[in-house]
Every structure is written in C-alpha cells, then in structure tokens.
Design a protein around this ligand. Sequence first.
Ligand code: AMP
Ligand code: GLY
Length: 423
Amino acid sequence: MKVLIVGSGGREHAIAWKISKSNKVDKIYCAPGNAGIAQIAECVDIGAMEFDRLVAFAKEKEIDLTVVGMDDPLVGGIVDVFREAGLRVFGPEKKAAILEGSKAFSKDLMKKYHIPTAAYETFHSADEAMAYLKTAKYPIVLKADGLALGKGVLICNTMEEAMEGVKTLMLDKQFGAAGNTIVIEEFMTGREVSVLSFVDGKTIKIMTSAQDHKRAGDGDTGLNTGGMGTFSPSPFYTKVVDDYCQKYIYQPTVDAMRAEGREFKGIIFFGLMITQEGTKVLEYNARFGDPEAQVVLPRMKNDIVEVFEACVDGTLDTIDLEFEDNAAVCVVLASDGYPVKYDKGFEIKGLDSFTEKEGYFVFHAGTKLSEGKIVTNGGRVLGVTATGEDLKAARANAYEATKWIEFDNKYMRNDIGKAIDEA
Ligand code: AMP
Ligand code: GLY
C-alpha cells in the first residue's frame, strides 16, 4: 500500500513511524513533513491547506490511503474533497470535524444529549458578553468559538480580566473570525486527562490515556503552549473513571453525532477533567493530540493501518485495540522563548544516538534540513520519548535521553510527569 500523511509536526512524525511498522505499507509520503519524517517517508512540498494540489498528488502517485494529522485541514473539509475525488481518506468530514471546529457547536451538542460538561452560555456580541460578566461568578473561562492554535481559551480571575478578554477575542479579534462567537463557561478544578479514540461512525474504541503539560514553565507557570510534554497512562484515569466515561461520554458522543446527521469517522480526542462531581468534557478534538500521539502510539500493539481502514470501512467492531503494559514519557525540546519569540536555524547534534535504541524515540516537530545539516525551525523542535516498565522508569529514561541532544537555545520543562508522584 501507498500512504500519504498530511501534516508536519511531532504528531505526524509519530504517526509516520507507526505506519512504517505496518506490514501492509511499502511506501509513505508526507505533505509537507519535516526533516525527521523525511527519514522514513518521502516528503513533498505541498501545504496542508492546498487541497487541490494534494488531491492531484494522491491521484498521480495512486495513494491507497491518506491520513490527515492536523485540525485545520479537517475543519476546512479536506476529507470531503478527497472523497469527492474518489480517494480513500482517514478522518472526519467537515460536518463532523465541527466537533473541534466550533466550541459553541460542541457545547450545544453536549447539552442536548446530556453529556457532562461545564455550564456555559454562548455570545455573538461583545455587549451581551460584557453584560453577562457583570453578574457572573469568578474565576470564569472564555473560549473563542473557532480554531485558535490551542490559545483561544482565557481563564479570568476577575471581572476586569474577563472584560479585557472579551475585548481581545471579540473586538480586537486576536484570533480573527474564531472570536466572532465566544463561549463563557464555568471554571472547573480537577485532574486533566487526554483520551484518544478511534471511531468508525458508530463504534468507538478507546486508546490508552495520557496527560499533557500545556504551560511553558515548570510547576505549570507561564504561557499556554501547544504542549511541552506528556505521559501515558495517566494514573488518575482509574477503572471507575473509565467506566463512567464509557457510559456517559464516549458512546453517547458518537451516537449524538450520528443522530445529528454528522456521522464521525476518525479520531475523537476527549479532553477531560476529573472533578469532584464526576468527569466532564473540557473539549473535543478531531485528531490525535500533539504531543499525546508521541506517548500513545509507541505503546500501541496493533497495526495502525488495519485500524485506520476499519474506521473508513465501518468495521471497527472487529478490532481489539491493544497496548503494551508499560508507560511512556515525552519531553518536548523547544527553542528558548517559545511560545513568544525565539531564534531558529541552529544545528541539532546527537540525533544519531537514538538509532536502533529500543524504547527511545526522537520525534521531530520544528526541524529542517539545511546544507546537509538538521537545524531548528520552530518553537517546539523535538519530542524525546522513552518507554519504561512504569511511569517513573519512563520518566528517568526520557530525561536521560534529552541529554543526548544539543542545540543552541535548547529549552525544556524539568517536571514532565512529576504529577505521578502524587498518584
Ligand atoms: P481547551 O482548549 O478547551 O482544552 O482549553 C485549554 C485548557 O484550558 C484546558 O486544557 C484546561 O487546562 C483549561 N480549561 C478549559 N476549560 C476550562 C474550564 N471550564 N475550567 C477550568 N479550566 C479550563
Ligand atoms: N496536546 C493538546 C492538543 O493536541 O490539542
């Protein structure tokens, strides 16, 4: 089989690596890819939003299956364009990807189908939002309706902060049209957990759990980022929590989408918060998490291409997902200054140390090939993942492996997975 992957981050590198382990696949392409993906796939210089060029490429190369890693093309309808061209593609159609593309949609869906989530109101004008804030309880959470690179969520401690937030989102339009509508929601406290799943329209199969670290600094300080590291499984995701989510969240979400005429095929990523009153949905995504994929996929035993095909064909009920009885930790190596301002173009040394070391992975995010050398090319540069027999061992292994890599302005958090000490 020939497979095309759409995307260019650490997540897509992890997907490409996992696909490369499939017995069914003899050739992998990636658009646009990066320097690490180029070691296992042929990268082609086509952007993820250039649907017509991607379709033409897939036809020319007779691609058997296209896998879309990123949210933007999914929400923009890439799957519909591929299907209309008669091409096989893994991911939700536009009408289903709205589960991630509109927070107002997903909140209304949860309310209508009684799926547990924080109480909320939706606003289409700044005046109405500000009037509401005058009688609200604090802290409170503001969310831009549309995609905002994971940065459209503002947690506001006071009315003044919230008013400022409404201005930023709705009037100054920091995230463009994504802020035309906002959701204002109740602030919740608890443990966060990310649960990824495969869905074929009617059946849902849950992968192992993970936890992300979104803030830039140790001790969860500093700005929100795309994710500075992950661990899997989450010790807080117990059997009791799983049973509850199976009953009230996972299948009910898939059934709700079907009932709305928006059958979902692809990945549903459940961002959950385990609160005193039970587990609630923080958000849905319509794709693998980044860097959740970098700890979940190395633990997955199945041939992922078989699972992708079962989702496309509606036969996921015949598949048993299996994960290793171990743990994995991913530490993101970033450019100092991320997510605000940082330099790039520095040579990365030590990548060869990972070759053929079982249980150690270096997934490239922002890297590129320049004059025969691999150099830094983004805020998040690499994800160093290691497995171990338990979370403590995986964490020690991952931090050991971060020492093998060197580049100027290398920055990482030193407390990825530290929360497990409290479990
Ligand atoms: P989201 O993109 O909706 O997952 O939000 C990003 C982050 O903001 C989450 O991972 C949480 O840490 C935080 N967050 C979102 N919604 C809430 C909420 N209702 N209460 C507390 N924290 C929240
Ligand atoms: N790591 C969070 C996300 O991929 O949205």
